[in-house]
Design a protein around this ligand. Structure first.
Ligand code: ZN
Ligand code: ZN
Length: 400
């Protein structure tokens, strides 16, 4: 098989995944396609780990165990890219590029298997479900991923994003933030819209709460500490002349470390309880949390080694140093036991799209290019080659 044939078939593989996105923890088709590829490459492959997770192992003599991880899930977004291989599933889209991560893993696994005379050790290829909901990594770990295959010595992961296609983004140490979702259920007392004096209106309480919660960021946390409190959803009521019984707010909280994140959550609880008391709610609000994303801390030594390997293949000018991000990943769960990991970004924006965006500085350009989680996120097709090469070279650098 020539390199061209391999690359062509990988582009087809990517387009097929892109056209058939699946929501978190329901990645049945995607994981089956990945498992097929891993088996064909000679990996001993198991499906159904932690739900729809898949893992393949290739043992090749003495040396470290290197785990390569790709997340597989898509998002509830209606695609508007107009691409010939756009989603065929209504209101579901690979808008975060996880289809590229799966392609990168499949391609790297095949390349490393073919080149096994040049390295020794064990490769563990992992297709993870449910990254967007922070469920998948924990589900695979709880289902005995490391008991079945042994703990890896190092873990490698990558993510595509808005930056010129062909560039990579590295960062030593803290790279991505801790995040958590919180739901606040406000209990009012419903009634006829004409008689608010006989009711406790939870809509008004919710409205106060939404604006007041922004003071957590501006008045309670130091200006040097990046924190985000987003109320992504408000739900209450059915029609204009009915005061509802309840209102529900759904929040996303982000901070660089768990300590700060927990301070933010404590402030949210305190304000929610006090605001409900101020409104005369018949009972305190119910506050629940979900979607636990730990902060991502890249191992400096490992990142150094991967960076050198990427420099050699992509050139130093293509490998950029990133600042810490307020985005989050559930990838760090795999390293919770002290396993070293390295995680990098891969630019996916077509160069003409990047050039056409207004502004000169990257921060300005980012406002003008379709990013992750948007309906027009359309990675450049050349990114297939980049993710495969980036993962293959990084793995090579870590194997014996
Ligand atoms: Zn995402
Ligand atoms: Zn993602």
């Amino acid at each position: 098989m020539t390199t061209d044939e391999t690359e062509g078939s990988l582009v087809d593989f990517y387009r097929d995944l892109h056209a058939h996105p699946e929501l978190s923890m329901r990645e049945h088709r995607t994981s089956a396609r990945l498992a097929e590829r891993l088996r064909a490459a000679g990996f001993e492959t198991t499906e159904g780990i932690g739900g729809t997770g898949v893992a393949g192992v290739l043992r090749n003599g003495d040396g470290p165990t290197v785990m390569l991880r790709a997340d597989m899930d898509a998002l509830p977004i209606a695609e508007e890219t107009g691409l010939p291989y756009a989603s065929t599933v209504p209101d579901v889209m690979h808008a975060c590029g996880h289809d590229l991560h799966v392609t990168g893993l499949a391609g790297a696994a095949a390349q490393l298997a073919r080149a096994r005379d040049g390295w020794s050790g064990t490769l563990l290829a992992v297709g993870q479900p449910g990254e967007e909901t922070a469920e998948g990594a924990l589900a695979m770990l709880r289902d005995g991923l490391f008991q079945r295959y042994g703990e890896p010595d190092v873990i490698l992961g990558q993510h595509v994003g808005p930056a010129p296609a062909g560039t990579l983004g590295h960062r030593s140490g803290l790279f991505m933030s801790a995040a958590l979702d919180a739901e606040i259920r406000i209990f009012g007392q419903g009634g006829h819209g004409s008689m608010p004096e006989n009711c406790v209106d939870p809509v008004v309480t919710a409205a106060y709460l939404v604006t007041r919660l922004q003071t957590v960021v501006s008045r309670e946390i130091g200006a040097r500490e990046p924190v985000v409190v987003t109320v992504g959803r408000m739900r209450a009521g059915t029609r204009a002349n009915v005061i509802p019984d309840q209102a529900v707010l759904t929040l996303n909280l982000r901070a660089r470390d768990l300590h700060v994140r927990d301070r933010v959550l404590a402030a949210v609880r305190r304000i929610a309880e006090a605001e409900c008391a101020a409104s005369g709610c018949p009972r305190p609000p119910e506050i629940t949390t979900s979607g636990d994303f730990p902060a991502l801390h890249n191992d400096p030594g490992l990142v150094g080694r991967v960076r050198v390997a990427h420099h050699a293949v992509f050139g130093t000018e293509a490998v950029l140093e990133y600042e810490p991000l307020l985005a989050s990943e559930d990838f760090p769960h795999f390293g919770a036991g002290g396993i070293r990991y390295a995680y990098w970004f891969v630019g996916a924006t077509p160069q003409p799209v990047w050039d056409a965006a207004p502004g000169d500085r990257p921060e300005e350009k980012l406002r003008g290019v379709p990013g992750n989680h948007t309906a027009r996120f359309a990675p450049d097709p050349s990114t297939v080659r980049t993710v495969v090469t980036a993962m293959t070279t990084a793995a090579h650098a870590c194997l014996g």
